[in-house]
Design a protein around this ligand. Structure first.
Ligand code: U2P
Length: 226
């Protein structure tokens, strides 16, 4: 009787531990897209990828696991490094939609390694490496920011638009309120830099953000040409 009990309790403990390991350990994702015109139009400037100047569209910065209190996990699994062979079928799509604009000019591998190792490894309970990159690429199609903005008459033409009109246009186009991040061009104008959308922990659906990142934009912001 006693040994039956101890076997049962061991099994229960094992089951509890396996649930702990498999359950997701973050609350939602930020899916962050950047406007290349704003990345490049700063004092620091940018370098086009080896494949050439990216198309004038928003590109992916990252898919970041986050907690509801505004903090986030990072570098969760030092044993899992970026492995190009696991995403070979996605590379041309990544070159187009997830280019790196930092200097010196690159082919994207360093940027993708950084994003996988810093952020992707913290979502391994939900998405393996291939699923992580594939999920981000699919989300970009769901959250077509340039179309949403253009449909509202907001174009990357160096003009200034109200922050509210940009946010409203994205809400109208995607169904969800975005977080907007600005940076400053060399003349210190506040410009549209990154857009944060929130995604459920499986990576499949956009959701309303549990917490919007604080916007440090002015009320009128420039949408720079690229
Ligand atoms: O904001 C500066 C950098 O901090 C990281 N970041 C920011 C907000 C957040 O919710 N999660 C997060 O990771 C980003 O780092 P990166 O991925 O670029 O190394 C962001 O650029």
């Amino acid at each position: 009787m006693k040994s039956n009990f101890s076997l049962l309790s061991k099994l229960l403990i094992l089951q509890y531990l396996s649930v702990l390991c498999l359950s997701q350990d973050f609350d939602f994702f930020y899916f962050v897209q950047q406007w290349p015109g704003a990345y490049c139009d700063t004092k620091q400037s940018c370098c086009y990828p080896k494949t050439g100047k990216p198309t004038a569209d928003f590109s992916i910065h990252g898919l970041w696991p986050n907690y509801k209190d505004g903090s986030w996990p990072s570098n969760c699994d030092p044993d899992s490094v970026f492995d190009k062979s696991q995403v070979s079928d996605l590379i041309s799509n990544m070159e187009k939609n997830w280019p790196s604009l930092s200097c010196p000019s690159s082919n994207g591998m360093r940027f993708w390694s950084h994003e996988w190792e810093k952020h992707g490894t913290c979502a391994e309970s939900e998405l393996d490496q291939h699923e992580y990159f594939e999920t981000a690429l699919k989300l970009k199609q769901k959250a077509n920011l340039l179309k949403a903005l253009k449909d509202a008459g907001i174009e990357p033409d160096d003009e200034f638009y109200s922050l509210e009109s940009i946010s409203d246009a994205i809400k109208e186009g995607t169904g969800f309120t975005p977080g907007i991040e600005c940076n400053k061009d060399s003349a210190h104008n506040s410009q549209l830099y990154q857009v944060y959308m929130c995604v459920d922990t499986s990576g499949s659906d956009l959701i309303e953000c549990p917490l919007l990142p604080k916007s440090k934009c002015g009320s009128q912001i420039q949408f720079p040409k690229f």
